[in-house]
Design a protein around this ligand. Structure first.
Ligand code: FES
Ligand code: FE2
Length: 463
């Protein structure tokens, strides 16, 4: 439905554009279900289900089960006494009692109501109220999903069992020299708003800096030269921000989105005007819907002693070591110093794209939506999972798509041009050259790639 469909008969476009036009602007058209709805059977919901998704932190698993909603499905997660993790449908296959009231057992979980025991794979192990010769348990299977635990995050695969993809490996995940600290932040809005927020770096200049004081560091307070593009191998996009720093330096930053809901970022703290080559990821996040009106972003903060900034003690549940991310403590604080949570929840539970007036600063959001739409329509094969561990039907794509991450920060010496417009163009050219170098390095393995990129950036920087 378009805005014109909502116009009262006789109302003209001119009426809408005049002051005090609330009467003509009050109706709210539908939102955009193709990329916002994630329930079973929806385009985006089925796309997300083809990928491993984080569902909780390891630290949330105690001796009690944990009830969760993920992609509209009611689930219970538990670690049994043998150490195995189960992700099961929440309601017991017998008569529906919630397994959040179940008893975590040596192997599996036992329903509190009539004692049925379910294994982590959903098999019914015991039906203690039935006669000894009952074969009932062989004829019932309870809903269960495969699980992987990785560095403090618990992932589940909720798609068709014969299309299970390999667990994601990224070059930034398995470096021995970096500590990964898991965290989560809950949001009361559609998942796409939270994902889009990260492809909108200009919000940092306003929401996190000029409007509220300094929630992020000073380096983020200046409007950057921005470019957004699909990654050269498909399956995601990058933004490239460039800012002039003192002493003839240019800060080039790449943020890398991988579909459907994964994103990799560089530094979150002040950047200095010292040369810096290919500083890698500070944070990786996945935006996982509970339903269409709430989601959680899960992730890892990457901490290493020589990476500036960071506070381990602040990283965990609804907490991260930079400001402006989680919900404010009370309504007045939320109004006085809103951050990401308030800005996104404030866009309505599901943002209505037809009412937006997107501007030049929204180029990344527009491209993100367009590429996501192509992906859910199967128009981008490389946006689908890599080779399957089990199923022959799953696609096999270049390993580049599964491994390399382009997120980085570099500070290069590139003398400032006296003409402002020319210098602005120089920022763009420098960013594009750095992107070319990142892509050129795809042919190399991790360590060689690191050395290659740093050497090329040194060449580019007239130190
Ligand atoms: S409802 Fe779960 S065992 Fe009866
Ligand atoms: Fe933000």
């Amino acid at each position: 439905m378009s805005l014109n469909d909502l116009m009262p008969v006789g109302a003209s476009r001119r009426d809408r554009n005049e002051p005090y036009s609330g009467y003509y602007l009050r109706d709210v058209p539908d939102h955009d279900p193709e990329i916002t709805h994630t329930g079973p059977g929806t385009a985006m919901g089925e796309y997300m289900r083809r990928h491993w998704q984080p569902v909780c932190l390891t630290q949330q698993l105690t001796d009690l089960p944990l009830a969760l909603k993920v992609l509209h499905e009611d689930l219970v997660v538990f670690r049994d006494r043998s150490g195995e993790i189960g992700v099961l449908h929440k309601h017991c296959s017998h008569r529906g009692t919630s397994l959040e009231y179940g008893i975590v057992s040596d192997h599996g979980i036992r329903c509190c109501y009539h004692g049925w025991l379910f294994g982590v794979d959903g098999r019914v192990i015991e039906t203690p109220g039935e006669p000894p010769d009952s074969r009932l348990k062989e004829n019932v299977v309870h809903g269960a999903y495969p699980v992987k635990e990785c560095d403090g995050l618990v992932f589940a695969y909720m798609g068709p069992p014969d299309e299970i993809p390999e667990f994601p490996t990224r070059e930034t995940f398995d470096r021995d020299d970096i500590e990964k600290i898991p965290f989560l932040v809950n949001h009361s809005n559609n998942w796409l708003q939270t994902y889009e927020n990260m492809m909108d770096p200009v919000h940092s200049v306003f929401l996190h800096s000029r409007m509220t004081g300094l929630q992020l560091s000073k380096s983020f307070g200046e409007i950057p030269h921005m470019e957004y593009e699909e990654t050269h191998n498909g399956g995601g996009l990058v933004y490239i921000s460039k800012r002039r720093l003192p002493n003839d330096k240019i800060w080039v930053r790449h943020v890398h989105f991988r579909f459907p809901n994964e994103a990799h970022f560089g530094t979150l703290f002040d950047i200095s005007d010292k040369d810096l080559f290919f500083q890698r990821v500070y944070v990786t996040r996945w935006i996982v819907p509970h339903d269409d009106e709430s989601c959680t972003f899960f992730g890892w903060r990457f901490i290493r002693d020589d990476l500036p900034g960071g506070d381990r003690a602040r990283i965990g549940i609804n907490s991260i070591d930079f400001d402006g991310q989680a919900e404010g403590p009370d309504y007045e604080s939320k109004q006085r110093t809103p951050g990401d949570w308030e800005a996104q929840a404030g866009q309505r539970p599901i943002a209505v794209h037809a009412l937006e007036h997107r501007a030049s600063t929204d180029a990344g959001v527009t491209l993100l939506r367009q590429l996501l739409r192509q992906a859910v329509r199967h128009e981008t094969p490389s946006a689908w999972p890599t080779e399957s561990a089990i199923g022959a039907r799953a696609r096999r794509v270049d390993r580049v798509n599964s491994r390399f991450i382009y997120a980085q920060d570099s500070v290069l010496t590139v003398p400032k041009l006296p003409d402002k417009t020319e210098d602005w163009s120089l920022l763009g050219e420098t960013g594009r050259r750095v992107t070319e170098i990142l892509y050129e390095a795809d042919r190399l393995d991790d360590e060689d790639r690191d050395t290659f990129v740093k050497a090329k950036l040194r060449e580019l920087s007239s130190v």
